[in-house]
Ligand binder design. Structure first.
Ligand code: 6PG
Length: 237
């Protein structure tokens, strides 16, 4: 099945979060890559109040992580932990985080790749097929921690990259494009007027080089964009 793309427009980010939580419940994913960001936080809080989800059957991963310890306010793990993972009965062994307390970002990335390989029982050269990957997009068109002009965009073999982001002067650890594009379902959440121009570029224009978010094209999966009216205001309807 070739990949498909669907764009769904909601009144506001609260409605995106609710629809994303519904989609999660409907898909019953066994493997999920979580994202950072504000809309996902609301989605996770909504999910945490659902009782009809078999939490112990889900393996949680992270699409990307900041180069900080897990208790840092910037940590994506901390956000997911507080908004979802501590609120529902998930065995600790089902949560696969990036060990970004390691001062060596490349070592943290390599360690996370091993964690994924083991959890998916992957042989060498194979990529995991996540049931669901959640993504956001920054106003510069980045997604996960694949920022414009960064080296990780070129990665073809590794599952995980330690990506130097010059404008932030930091490493980020991120899943790579071959992993993200091997997923069964990729769900982007993007809201707010500050995303309107880039959303139009990403969805309706061709750019050279492409924006990182334009490179998310699941080869044989579903790509769903959940956006709000403010972000969608420049799109052709
Ligand atoms: C992160 C994210 C990143 C995020 C976008 C959008 O770690 O920051 O994974 O890719 O999704 O920056 O963030 P917002 O949805 O909060 O605007």
């Amino acid at each position: 099945m070739p990949g498909t793309r669907e764009i769904r427009i909601f009144p506001d980010t609260a409605a995106i979060a609710a629809a994303a939580a519904d989609e999660f419940a409907r898909l019953k994913p066994a493997t999920v890559a979580l994202s950072g960001g504000n809309t996902p936080r609301t989605m996770y809080e909504l999910l945490a109040s659902r009782h009809n989800i078999a939490w112990d059957k889900i393996q949680f991963f992270f699409g990307d992580e900041r180069h900080v310890p897990p208790d840092d306010p910037d940590s994506n793990y901390r956000m997911a932990h507080e908004s979802l993972l501590t609120r529902v009965p998930i065995p600790e062994a089902n949560v696969h985080r990036v060990k970004t307390e390691n001062p060596d970002a490349a070592a943290a990335a390599a360690d996370y790749a091993v964690e994924i390989r083991n959890a998916f029982r992957l042989s060498d050269g194979r990529f995991p097929r996540f049931d669901l990957v959640l993504l956001g997009m920054g106003p510069d068109g980045h997604t996960a921690s694949l920022f414009p002009g960064t080296a990780a965009l070129e990665e073809k073999k590794s599952l995980v990259a330690a990506n130097w982001v010059e404008k932030m002067h930091t490493f980020r650890v991120t899943l790579t494009l071959p992993v993200l594009n091997n997923a069964s379902n990729v769900l982007f959440m993007a809201g707010g007027a500050e995303k309107a121009a880039v959303l139009k570029s990403v969805l309706e224009e061709q750019h050279d080089p492409p924006f990182p978010s334009q490179l998310i094209q699941p080869a044989s999966g579903r790509l769903v964009w959940m956006v709000d009216e403010a972000a969608a205001k420049l799109l052709k309807r």
